[in-house]
Design a protein around this ligand. Sequence first.
Ligand code: GCB
Length: 612
Amino acid sequence: MPTLAAVLLLAGLLIGRPLRAQTSLLQNAPARQVLSLNGSWNYIIDPYENGFYDYRRQAFDQSATGRGGYYDNQKPSSRQETELIEYDFDKSATLQVPGDWNSQDPKLLYYEGTIWYKKSFTLAPQAGRRYFLYFGAINYEAHIYLNGRKLGRHQGGFTPIQYDITPLLSPTGENFVVVKADNTRRPDAVPTINTDWWNYGGITRDVFIAETPATFISDYKVQLAPNDPNTLAGYVRLEGEGKAGQPVALTIAEAGIKHTVKTDAQGRATFRLPARKLRLWSPQSPTLYAVRLSSGSDVVQDRIGLRTIATRGQDILLNGRSTYLRGISLHDENPLIPGRARGAGDLRMLLTWAKELGCNYVRLAHYPHNETMLRLADEMGLLVWAEVPVYWTIAWENLATYQNAEAQLSDLIATGKNRASVVVWSVGNETPPGEARLKFMTSLVRKARALDDTRLISAALELHRDGYQVTVDDPLGAELDLTSFNEYMGWYVGGKPSEITQYTFAIKYNKPVIISEFGGDALAGYHADADTRWSEEYQEALYQNQLKMLSAIAGLRGMTPWILADFRATRRQHPVYQNGFNRKGLISSSGVKKKAFFVLQEYYRQMARQYE
Ligand code: GCB
């Protein structure tokens, strides 16, 4: 009898069989020579998946010819319409990419299902060059085709997707790419069907074609060795025919570093170098060094910050100094659209608000955010908690679900590993204790450690209560570097805000405590007394008393209250106070700061004085 694991694996391979394996992600892909495919894409709404299955529900792309789906982008061969073609991308409306579809057309606000996208572009391939089609993110499942040929299928709405398209580009230079994007929620997906954020669909991040020489630097990591400010450590990897035994030069001119390594048979080389008198990266002084890697004709430039992060007992040590994480949680959403953040402008607005609040830290909840966000955090001096959407009730027993979560975690780490801002990898949020979940989450923690030994690993846990006694003893906590938990005293539980100062915390682990969430809803502009829910005064009192209550925790080293700004959430249905928004923001969906914003701002001023 084959094991369940073997059957699942085989099923996954057959169903998801890509015609072209996804190539490992190019490090720093946007810094390559790129042809942007952002802008207008024609689209077809296809709730019946008519462009994917025939009328017997057989997938066209699994048929003998592989033809028949909308990805053929068929056109009548003569001006007279003699052939039966029931779609026409070029005569269809357009959506802007990057961007979710929900916020671009009122009839798509609640849409969950398939939308086809098509973009034509001109690119004549040059001999000796390689071309990679790169999508920053597509939510949730994508089938991707170039010139009618399938590149592959990808699951997961927040991580990059990349294919080597060199052999498929048309010699004439005229090409088209078609994407079937499907945001249908599924119980065994990551995240699962139940979340407290909007299920924005579509091609939500940048799309481009990155060009490299035939042999090229595909990956690198340049960071300080764990807990060692005087040693630079990392690796580089080449791909392509000449990848073995090649010299690769690493230059950081401002730090006086010039070092050459030679790749092994797999195209890999590691390095460990003394690096003295570096100006270390920190929120107060976010120094970024110009880093240059070159091999043969390939050159990649980056701007990299160097810092150490570690824990000692209940302290978090940033560059060896005890630090307090003055944080805020945020979604990858611009509340003013409202919709997914579309690029650097939207993201900078969010981080500027966080800086105004007095933050040195942000929790990028609950899924991988845009690579641009991590770079902005580097530049603006904000530490980052980065997370995968292992949220609430995942299908813990399903092997394919685990593999999916692990792939998303690996891609998150691949994308963020050179960013000084990122100090915490989080493997999930509010997952219910139990044996299968512990196994699943522990495997993710170990995977994260194996991939990156230079950052802290955590997860947002839950607590339990007995009278005024709160206990945090989730066994997963033993695996983690930080004790982080969400608590909603004064909102979901625990009585009114004025009562919550009576709670005391028993925390099992001798580790830094970072409160990953607390908060309550307030409708901006609604004023009442501090016992009236939804009022700004209620939220203000909740923050005042939360800060009192939490300050009694000896190991408290930071927090990321929920949340910077109001955000769309389908579960939030109160017709007066919510209207499809989670109103726990300190800033409203029209950009107005609520009273609680100033409570937290004042507390962060004090904490900055105490720790800096
Ligand atoms: C939580 C979740 C977060 C929700 C929040 C809320 O614990 O982690 O995703 O949005 O509570 O508002 O209920």
